[in-house]
Design a protein around this ligand. Structure first.
Ligand code: ZN
Ligand code: ZN
Length: 355
């Protein structure tokens, strides 16, 4: 699996004229090395691959990583890079621009004066967009864990509980169903707070008739799930039902068109058109979706400028939302696998009011 990843990465490096690539971000490091915990640095050249770790990690690295040459270093990573470059004959080192701050990039150039350090577009991130069968299985499992936690706790969501209590019960259920961790802190936004697309769970107590937006995800063997459901604490009123139906139709319409060859911004446009029919489009203030994998937010992008053509093996979310100030919000998010013939919804959690 790793040999194949490295082979595909090297093809891309060759095409981009990159002789050696430095990977410092935790997700990229895990993808190329399999090292858990996110405390390594990977350097890939056309012929070799290295994992740089400090002495705390060496034992673990030897156990988890068999396909890269493990280089233990004490002190500065820059010193280790310099030594590695001298030994391996590296004179030019590329790094993914999106993964290094301006300050980090400046420091890299300053500390490695003998090596040309060049920012490159996201060649590794692009590779990660298309999942291998093994990765899809892990995401499938993360989604199943998330669905099970939601289905278990949803009927308990009732007036009187605080948002933090609801988040706590959900996170406990995720663990009980087998999550290794959480893709992000569980979002529970109730009542008028549901109008905030990313309202973190607070002290607010749920009141009868509140809309409650819950966004959550398990991590399983390094891979994330991402799920949003919206419920009402008590009975939904007519307006809540109407907005919910609009958001649901918006997502379903986009989903029906999700297939290889379709561009992500087209799906978003379709979802927006549906909300427009209900006069709700202006309240949809974020992208329709994003890719999910080792990171909960990764490629493909749904933005108009960086829109991507879907290919089989991509895992994306479709998550239309409507947020009306002082009223509340509704978001429905499903995890979707792009298949050879169309798409498959991985999220099976109960939707709607559960009536
Ligand atoms: Zn989400
Ligand atoms: Zn999402």
């Amino acid at each position: 699996m790793f040999a194949d990843r490295l082979r595909r990465l090297r093809e891309r490096m060759a095409a981009a004229g990159v002789p050696a690539l430095l990977v410092t971000d935790a997700a990229g490091c895990f993808y190329l090395s399999g090292l858990t915990g996110g405390e390594g640095t990977v350097v890939v050249t056309r012929e070799a691959g290295y994992l740089l770790v400090d002495p705390r990690i060496t034992c673990q690295a030897r156990e988890e990583v068999g396909h890269l040459e493990i280089k233990e270093f004490r002190g500065s990573l820059y010193g280790a890079l310099e030594q590695l470059a001298a030994g391996a004959g590296i004179t030019s080192l590329a790094f993914e621009a999106a993964n290094l701050s301006v300050q980090q990039a400046d420091r890299l150039k300053e500390k490695l004066p003998g090596i040309t350090c060049v920012p490159v577009p996201e060649i590794l991130a692009e590779l990660r967009q298309v999942k291998e069968p093994e990765e899809i299985e892990r995401i499938r499992r993360a989604a199943a864990i998330t669905d099970a936690a939601w289905d278990e706790i949803r009927p308990e969501i009732a007036p009187g509980l605080t948002e933090k209590e609801v988040a706590g019960w959900l996170e406990y259920a995720l663990r009980c169903h087998g999550a290794d961790g959480y893709a992000f802190p569980t979002i529970v936004a109730s009542g008028p707070r549901a109008a905030m697309a990313h309202g973190t769970a607070g002290e607010r107590r749920l009141r009868p008739g509140d809309l409650v937006v819950v966004d959550m995800g398990a991590v399983y063997q390094g891979y994330c799930a991402d799920l949003t459901r919206t419920v009402v604490a008590g009975k939904p009123d007519a307006r809540q039902r109407e907005v919910y139906a609009a958001v649901k139709r918006s997502g379903e319409t986009a989903l029906a068109l999700a297939a290889p060859g379709v561009k992500t911004d087209f799906l978003e446009q379709v979802a927006r058109e549906v909300l427009k029919e209900y006069g709700l489009e202006e309240y949809f203030g974020h992208r329709l979706g994003h890719g999910v994998g080792i990171s909960v937010h990764e490629g493909p992008s749904f933005s108009h400028e960086a829109s991507v053509e879907l290919v089989p093996g991509m895992v994306i979310t479709i998550e239309p939302g409507v947020y009306i100030p002082d009223w509340g919000g509704v978001r429905i998010e499903n995890l979707v696998l792009v298949t050879a013939s169309g798409s498959e919804v991985l999220s099976r959690a109960v939707e709607g009011w559960g009536e």
